[in-house]
Design a protein. Structure first.
Ligand SMILES: Nc1ncnc2c1ncn2[C@@H]1O[C@H](COP(=O)(O)OP(=O)(O)OP(=O)(O)O)[C@@H](O)[C@H]1O
Length: 448
């Protein structure tokens, strides 16, 4: 009983803290804690209302969502049929005291003997409706209990309040925010290669732009492969070490990168180290991030021998880069509307190497399965339930669990401006520019 007074006590404390904040806030601010970031509205109004609503509706909600069990004592069994004149008494599992978080609350539920977490997983949506919250995520960290993490409002809606630039280690990129409100940090050091899928206008190019925005100020070479005629990556031209816009150019660029891998392997061998990160700073070659916008264009052929050969060469080079690149500082970020078996066996092999996954709204279950199937089946459903209005929202993985996230919106102007501002950091990749130069010269001659 005393436990149920805890939310009331928390509410009173939060109310007092809010009313007296002018007295103590400056002292905390001097120690680096800014109380303006405290979600007062949620703590003072949203949380208590939700906690009371949960408590009041729990018995009925648990009954309707089939989370209650009936006590045997109330049954009268005659010939195997319960014939008691009184209704069977249903007993809901014990709901703990909700603990407030920045954007919702967390509550533990003690399971009845014989109950499993599965019905709670299935009831998550019903509970979110009953409690009028954005989402309820159910986990079972210990036997005999489930933990429900309630998110009050869609944290991915509206502007990103943490949109300001921050200092990050090399190859680490804040690309947006996760549904818990934390920054969405992509680390190419931890997960070297990424696959980004989504139907048209779902936000794939924006995600690549958000990644490029974060990597552009770092000592990293960016190489673009944009078979949509270079339209998507054109704003980054000033910062890119190379931009391939046709499949022939892509074949040459990827071939040159495979040669670059061989060079780096020789350097590592000579220094008797296992990867470029073990080389002394002065000898370490610059990391290369290859951004591929629309992978399907690379794999699909018109049936002619030449085009089949070109596609196979690109697929083989991509696979080689994916297999060897992590140790040699060459990273792949591949995006595509569809990523299924119809792209050929090369696609499945490549997918296995692209451990980082970002799935925006997908039109077909095969693409969602390709991107998330090896993570969790409910992640596939989550990717398919992203609505057309939720552009930039995606399912991704973080520490082995999947979650919703939204990339930071990057305008063309911001991309162009950042590329211009960081053009001085553009890295020379002689092998790659050498193979593109003849093609560019031919263009010029043709145009003259
Ligand atoms: N994170 C985001 N927040 C808000 N709006 C976004 C976000 N990401 C994308 N959008 C909007 O969605 C539109 C489409 O995004 P984008 O071009 O990245 O999609 P795409 O998946 O690459 O599409 P396509 O495959 O047709 O090129 C953008 O013009 C932008 O207005």
């Amino acid at each position: 009983m005393v436990a149920h007074l805890i939310p009331v006590a928390l509410l009173v404390l939060a109310g007092l803290a809010y009313l007296t904040r002018k007295r103590w806030a400056p002292r905390l601010a001097r120690r680096g804690l800014d109380v303006r970031t405290v979600p007062w509205r949620w703590l003072l109004v949203g949380y208590p209302v939700t906690a009371v609503r949960m408590r009041v509706t729990w018995r009925q909600t648990a009954l309707i969502a089939q989370l209650s069990i009936s006590r045997r004592g109330n049954q009268r069994v005659l010939g195997g049929v319960a014939v008691s004149g009184t209704a069977l008494r249903q007993s809901p599992p014990r709901l703990g005291v909700p603990r407030p978080t920045r954007d919702g609350l967390v509550v533990r539920v003690a399971l009845h003997p014989g109950q499993t977490p599965r019905p709670f997983l299935q009831a998550a949506e019903a509970l979110a409706h009953a409690w009028r919250v954005y989402s309820v995520r159910v986990t079972s960290p210990a036997r005999g209990e489930v933990v429900m993490t309630v998110t009050a409002q869609d944290p991915l809606a509206g502007d990103d309040p943490s949109g300001k630039r921050r200092e990050v280690p090399v190859l680490t990129a804040p690309v947006g925010r996760l549904e818990q409100g934390r920054p969405w940090i992509v680390s190419l050091l931890m997960v070297p290669h990424w696959l980004v899928v989504g139907t048209t206008r779902s936000g794939k190019s924006n995600w690549i732009n958000a990644l490029a925005l974060a990597l552009a100020p770092q000592p990293v070479a960016l190489v673009g492969v944009d078979l949509k005629g270079g339209l998507e990556l054109a704003p980054w031209a000033a910062r890119l070490s190379a931009l391939a816009v046709t499949r022939a150019e892509t074949r040459s660029v990827l071939g040159a990168l495979v040669d670059e891998l061989a060079d780096r392997m020789a350097v590592c061998r000579a220094a008797a180290v296992r990867d470029v990160w073990e080389l002394p700073d002065a000898d370490r070659p610059v990391p290369i991030v290859v951004l591929v916008d629309e992978i399907a264009e690379l794999f699909l052929t018109d049936g002619s021998r030449a085009s089949k050969e070109e596609a196979t060469a690109c697929a083989t080079a991509l696979l080689r880069i994916a297999q060897l690149g992590a140790a040699l500082g060459v990273h792949l970020v591949v995006s595509g509307q569809r990523f299924g078996a119809e792209l050929g066996p090369g696609a499945t092999a490549l997918r296995a190497q692209l451990a980082g996954r970002v799935a925006h709204r997908t039109a077909d279950s095969q693409t969602a399965e390709m991107a998330l199937g090896d993570l969790a089946p409910d992640a596939i459903d989550a990717a398919q339930s992203i609505t057309t209005e939720e552009q930039g929202v995606a399912i991704t993985t973080d520490g082995g669990v999947w979650m919703r996230a939204r990339s930071t919106l990057v305008t063309t102007e911001a991309a162009r401006q950042t590329a211009t501002d960081t053009a001085g950091l553009r890295q020379e990749l002689p092998r790659v520019t050498a193979v593109l130069a003849p093609a560019l010269d031919l263009d010029k001659e043709g145009g003259a």
